[in-house]
Ligand binder design. Structure first.
Ligand SMILES: NC(=O)c1ccc[n+]([C@@H]2O[C@H](COP(=O)([O-])OP(=O)(O)OC[C@H]3O[C@@H](n4cnc5c(N)ncnc54)[C@H](OP(=O)(O)O)[C@@H]3O)[C@@H](O)[C@H]2O)c1
Length: 270
């Protein structure tokens, strides 16, 4: 398990890379980080929608602590001076649900490109991002940072789902992608004891993705499951806040998985 520093999670000058921050949970995490980090904070946000990213940036500027936000940039790893930060974070959030209209038996070789594209975005991209993150923020002594610890703190958070562990009809790509991502982060935790890695299953969250799953699945069982999930869904802001509280406690084992409802308790039925 990576060593914990004496400094609180949100105190050091930080750079946080958050993928899929143009809407939904990624956006909520970016805004929550902006509120909680007490020192310099550079947010590096990704997403395809320029408009969505700009809206996120505007909300951050409106809600965040203006004294701490150093900038909001979109170019991954460009313009970042790694040695000037005490804490580097990678939030592997972006994901897609894929084609949820197919049972496994429906896939065939004509869909090869679709499957490759899915795995490329949902599994290969997070892998390469982790690798780039590790090489950009090596575990080196920092000369120019006035803090107690001389070791840069590094945190990787992966947004996972019950789909990583619960087979669900017509969600073969999504389930397989989430399971693969989770193992990818587990291996990272094993190989990199100097880094804290968390797989956060953030419960059902009221976002475009949940609606998309419900509207497009071909399975009535999955429709039922998603409908039930929607009844207990929380807001992106709520799950982002719970995640940050959990990170602040800093008591998890690196590489472990935690579910929103393990932290706040499962909602009681009325
Ligand atoms: N909502 C839930 O109930 C739920 C439950 C369990 C797990 N999750 C997980 O939580 C994470 C965020 O989900 P969400 O509900 O916030 O989803 P969302 O509302 O669909 O947002 C997904 C984000 O990923 C980005 N994205 C999608 N496709 C992309 C692509 N090809 N290239 C680059 N960026 C892309 C989107 O931005 P652009 O469209 O601008 O690119 C958006 O910012 C995902 O890992 C998801 O699997 C969600």
């Amino acid at each position: 398990m990576a060593n914990k520093t004496t400094e609180s999670f949100f105190d050091a000058p930080a750079v946080a890379i958050i993928t899929g921050a143009s809407r939904g949970i990624g956006r909520a995490i970016a805004i929550e980080f902006a509120k909680r980090f007490t020192n310099r904070l550079l947010l590096v946000l990704t997403g395809r929608s320029e408009k969505g990213l700009q809206e996120t940036a505007a909300k951050i500027r409106a809600d965040g602590d203006q004294g701490t936000i150093e900038g909001v940039i979109e170019d991954l790893f460009k313009g970042i001076a790694p040695g000037t930060y005490g804490h580097a974070l990678l939030v592997n959030n972006a994901a897609s649900s894929g084609d949820v209209s197919k049972y496994v038996r429906d896939w065939d070789t004509t869909a090869m490109k679709t499957i490759e594209n899915y795995l490329s975005f949902n599994v290969i991209s997070p892998l390469l991002l982790i690798s780039k993150f590790l090489s950009s923020f090596p575990n080196s002594k920092l000369d120019n940072l006035d803090r107690n610890s001389t070791t840069m703190r590094r945190t990787i958070v992966q947004l996972t789902s019950m789909s990583a562990v619960l087979p669900t009809e017509c969600m073969s790509l999504y389930c397989a992608g989430k399971a693969a991502r989770e193992m990818l982060h587990n291996v990272t935790a094993l190989e990199e004891p100097g880094i804290r890695v968390l797989n956060y299953a953030k419960g059902p969250v009221d976002t475009a993705m949940l609606n998309h799953l419900k509207e497009n699945t071909a399975s009535s069982k999955t429709t039922e499951l998603i409908t039930k999930s929607m009844e207990i869904a929380v807001s992106p802001e709520k799950t982002a806040s719970v995640l940050c509280g959990y990170l602040k406690q800093d008591e998890y084992e690196s590489g472990s998985r935690i579910d929103l409802f393990d932290i706040i308790g499962f909602p009681k039925s009325e």
